[in-house]
Design a protein around this ligand. Structure first.
Ligand SMILES: Nc1ncnc2c1ncn2[C@@H]1O[C@H](COP(=O)(O)OP(=O)(O)OP(=O)(O)O)[C@@H](O)[C@H]1O
Ligand SMILES: [Mg+2]
Length: 281
């Protein structure tokens, strides 16, 4: 394919944009969560998306709720797979059941300030982290992370979430901070079927917007396939990108490996679509 498959878009007059977009600069802050089938490209695109936002001077918090490593590589931050440290969490007894919460006096926002890893251009990175011990117990980190989700940094912060593959976490409200769910979909039957299921996130109580990002696109018809296969509006399309595969092998963020390449260009277009309220034609 000659160039990035970018969805053409028509610009709406500013007066027709939602108030949240007109009220620049706060409107620049956005809260998105990447979901989709395992291996669809969520972490690659979420990490690039967060870095693109940070490159334009935004304050960005990238959240990885997948206990398997992924987003750290795509962001290019220190590749620790540790979640919140033990000192951030305290246990308590709830009618005979052991529960955990952030330690007394520690808010979610303060936990981000203290424990998030700081990456390029100040991007903050917090992750659920790996399960530990013989029984792979990560209950303290699990509950602590959930409390952070309920008290994220507010005005002016963009939140970019990367959820594990499938439907479980999304429907268990692990992406409850998101205004927009970006369903990453490959033009394959299994990926599109997962996308079709995830489309039902729009019926969740907080009724977020749910749209698709077509990934690993090899021909123009792939975008139509994803639209028809998921029933979702496709607001971004990322070509199959050999340089992304190379970046993965080198354990380098694609934004550092190939900053003007297919993936970064397509993610920049996606950011523009979300920022300006441009609707795909
Ligand atoms: N546009 C693309 N072109 C080529 N390869 C891609 C593209 N997007 C992702 N990949 C490759 O697909 C694989 C899975 O990508 P990634 O880890 O981002 O997916 P994921 O959805 O986060 O997976 P998981 O569900 O395991 O967390 C990686 O090898 C990555 O390099
Ligand atoms: Mg991933």
């Amino acid at each position: 394919m000659a160039g990035p498959a970018v969805v053409t878009a028509s610009r709406k007059p500013r007066s027709e944009l939602p108030a949240s977009i007109r009220l620049w600069p706060y409107a620049l802050a956005m809260r998105v969560a990447f979901v989709g089938k395992g291996g669809a490209g969520k972490s690659s695109l979420a990490g690039t998306f967060a870095r693109v936002l940070a490159d334009t001077g935004e304050r960005v918090l990238a959240l990885d709720s997948d206990p398997m490593p992924g987003l750290a590589f795509a962001l290019g931050v220190d590749r620790s797979d540790e979640g919140l440290p033990d000192e951030a969490v305290q246990g308590y007894d709830d009618n005979g059941r052991r529960r955990y919460r952030l330690r007394d006096g520690l808010t979610g926002t303060a936990a981000v300030e203290q424990y998030a890893v700081v990456g390029t251009n100040g991007v903050r990175f917090l992750q659920l982290g790996k399960a530990r011990g013989q029984r792979w117990n990560n209950a303290p980190q699990h509950f602590g992370f959930q409390h952070v989700l309920d008290d994220l940094p507010g005005d002016g912060w963009s939140i970019v979430g990367d959820l594990p593959g499938g439907t479980r976490q999304p429907f268990m409200t692990w992406g409850r901070y998101a205004q927009t769910f970006l369903v990453v979909v490959e033009p394959t039957p299994a990926s599109m079927l997962t996308g079709r299921r995830l489309a039902r996130l729009a019926t969740m109580p907080q009724a977020p917007r749910v749209v698709a990002v077509a990934n690993k696109i090899r021909e123009r018809g792939d975008i139509d396939r994803v639209r028809e296969g998921t029933g979702l509006s496709v607001i971004g399309a990322v070509p199959f990108d050999r340089e992304l595969v190379v970046a993965d092998r080198l354990a380098v963020a694609v934004l550092d490996h190939d900053p003007e390449g297919l993936t970064v260009t397509a993610v920049r277009s996606l950011v523009d679509v979300l920022r300006t309220g441009m609707e795909p034609s």
